[in-house]
Design a protein around this ligand. Structure first.
Ligand code: HEM
Length: 253
């Protein structure tokens, strides 16, 4: 992906027309498969200045794919009167320095931190071991298993990267599922027991947290099932996934 910045200096008497032209130009832009996202911002310190940021799938997709498409003609027709107001129009690449601030807590913090995930997996595996359908899969599990899975979940939900640092990260977790031939009824039971445990240890029960939590479990268990099938050839190295709130951040009145 590549980020394009277009800096404009537009006299104040043309602001309203400029912003409505971009409002119209956004319609074709929003249909372009090369466009990931866009945003027009107005400077509060120097009101004549605007910055348009567009994230493109690649520089080539922008300059060849988008500009060569009929959609570009519709876009250009709206913003052509403002081309002379452009001060800078360049592509920038990501440096790897990026992240989120603390305005929205992580799922890890919302759940109650490391201790909450440890309580959860303690309770969960106590039930798992007594379960007729999935208990046998865990009959010889490492006594540290509940703690290791708590570390994994904590890292996934935005906590410290301890599973990666201390337990071998994704590759190790993957290796534990390979060849296990997990069935769909077993996957369902795994999730069902984990959700029962979440209620039992009183993880937050708000709709936003539970929706994100279940979203990860659905994704993760389906991957565990397919990776565990005989002959599966999953990706062997990858970072531990990071799960966020998705479309519904925590509700705070
Ligand atoms: C979101 C879904 C899942 C997550 C996050 C998860 C997580 C993990 C992790 C982190 C390990 C390795 C622990 C270590 O470091 O030793 C592991 C091992 C294992 N998992 Fe999963 N797992 C998931 C789904 C499942 C499902 C659906 C099953 C079967 C129904 C399953 C069965 C096992 C078994 C049998 C092991 C090896 C246990 C042992 O013998 O020590 N997992 N899992």
């Amino acid at each position: 992906m590549i980020v394009e910045y277009i800096r404009y200096r537009v006299p104040s008497e043309r602001h309203a027309a400029f912003e409505s032209a971009y409002g119209r130009a956004a319609v074709p832009l929003g249909t372009a498969p090369q466009c990931v996202e866009y945003e027009l911002t107005r400077c509060t310190d120097e009101p004549e200045c605007y910055v348009l940021r567009i994230v493109w799938t690649s520089a080539d997709d922008h300059t060849t794919g988008f500009r060569g498409s009929p959609v570009f003609q519709d876009f250009l027709a709206e913003i052509r009167p403002y081309i002379a107001d452009i001060e800078e129009m360049r592509h920038y690449e990501h440096t790897g320095v990026a992240g989120r601030g603390g305005s929205v807590p992580t799922l890890y913090a919302w759940a109650g931190g490391a201790e909450a995930f440890e309580r959860l997996t303690e309770c969960f595996y106590a039930h798992v071991l007594k379960d007729d359908l999935i208990g046998p899969l865990f009959a010889h599990m490492d006594p540290g298993h509940p703690r290791f899975v708590a570390m994994w979940l904590a890292e996934v939900f935005g906590g410290p990267a301890r599973y990666t640092a201390e337990r071998g990260g994704y590759s190790h977790m993957l290796g534990q599922h390979l060849g296990k031939a997990i069935t769909e009824p077993q996957r369902r039971r795994w999730i069902g027991l984990l959700l029962d445990a979440a209620d039992e240890v009183r993880l937050p029960a708000d709709p936003e947290f539970r929706a994100a939590f279940v979203g990860y479990l659905e994704w993760g268990t389906r991957l565990a099932l397919s990776n565990s099938q005989p002959g599966a050839r999953p990706v062997t190295t990858a970072p531990v996934p990071h799960w966020g709130w998705g479309v519904a951040p925590p509700y705070r009145s």
